[in-house]
Design a protein around this ligand. Structure first.
Ligand SMILES: Nc1ncnc2c1ncn2[C@@H]1O[C@H](COP(=O)(O)OP(=O)(O)OP(=O)(O)O)[C@@H](O)[C@H]1O
Length: 239
């Protein structure tokens, strides 16, 4: 398994943001769903060693997030929800900067590859500040995959994109999921149906569903995913 999570918990002050969750993931796209404030980003930040857990354990490609953060970061690519970018840099300059952090042996070749993969070609000579939101997301994705990690953590990578951009990015995520373990946080149920092999639904820091999309539907009278999501996270009877 590329990701193993064992009773992972994060408490901020008096609030339990993540409450003893356990799951594992391997090659494919795992949809990580939940209402606002459910604990998705907090889980992703713990898996990527940005914040320490309060208790519990997790490993990425066999490396412990507490004991081996450098090895974890080597094996993981992370696109945070806010997609922080240096907007004064040119696209290639930003990718070169990330390549330097990862000490890539042949950065120019790999940068050309990820520009091709992420469809950044037509915009590659611009400054990031001049890019549309969709192309900025592509730069964030390009940075996340530059060191060819086995695991990708993508926190709402398609939020705010127009339908044309959505299709391109979803195709890229689907393709990446053929060889990598991708954890995808999204609020778009259509997207989950389009790209995810498996789904975890988290509510108030606890996992309320963890299965293939078809099994989750079977267990919930074949309702729409939206209906299942509402039922499992609100206890409101879905249509
Ligand atoms: N640094 C922090 N300090 C205190 N509380 C925090 C902090 N970060 C997150 N929280 C709280 O922890 C809970 C989980 O937040 P988190 O960002 O993980 O949710 P989420 O599922 O990613 O939500 P969204 O879908 O809105 O992005 C929320 O109630 C949030 O307010």
């Amino acid at each position: 398994m590329s990701i193993k999570v064992d009773t992972l918990t994060k408490i901020y002050g008096h609030q339990k943001a993540v409450d003893g969750i356990s799951f594992s993931a391997d090659t494919g796209v795992l949809g990580f769903l939940g209402p606002n404030g459910a604990g998705k980003s907090t889980t992703m930040k713990m898996l990527t060693c940005f914040i320490p857990p309060t208790s519990g354990a997790a490993s990425v490609c066999g490396f412990d997030i507490g004991q081996q953060p450098l090895e974890v970061k080597r094996n993981i690519g992370y696109l945070p929800e806010s997609n922080p970018l240096y907007t004064e840099m040119y696209v290639k300059e930003a990718l070169g900067f990330t390549a330097g952090i990862h000490q890539l042996h042949n950065p120019q070749k790999r940068i050309a590859e990820v520009i091709e993969l992420t469809g950044l070609g037509p915009e590659q000579h611009k400054k990031i500040a001049q890019l549309s939101k969709g192309y900025r997301q592509r730069v964030g994705l390009a940075q996340a995959i530059l060191h060819d990690p086995k695991v990708l953590i993508l926190d709402e990578p398609t939020s705010g994109l127009d339908p044309n951009q959505l299709i391109g990015i979803r195709q890229l995520i689907t393709d990446l999921g053929k060889t990598k373990t991708v954890v995808l946080s999204t609020h778009i149920m259509q997207e989950v149906e389009a790209v995810c092999n498996r789904v975890i639904i988290i509510n108030k820091g606890e996992i309320v569903a963890n299965d293939s999309l078809s099994n989750i539907r079977l267990a919930n009278n074949n309702k729409s995913l939206e209906g299942i999501f509402i039922e499992l996270t609100n206890q409101i009877v879905a249509k």
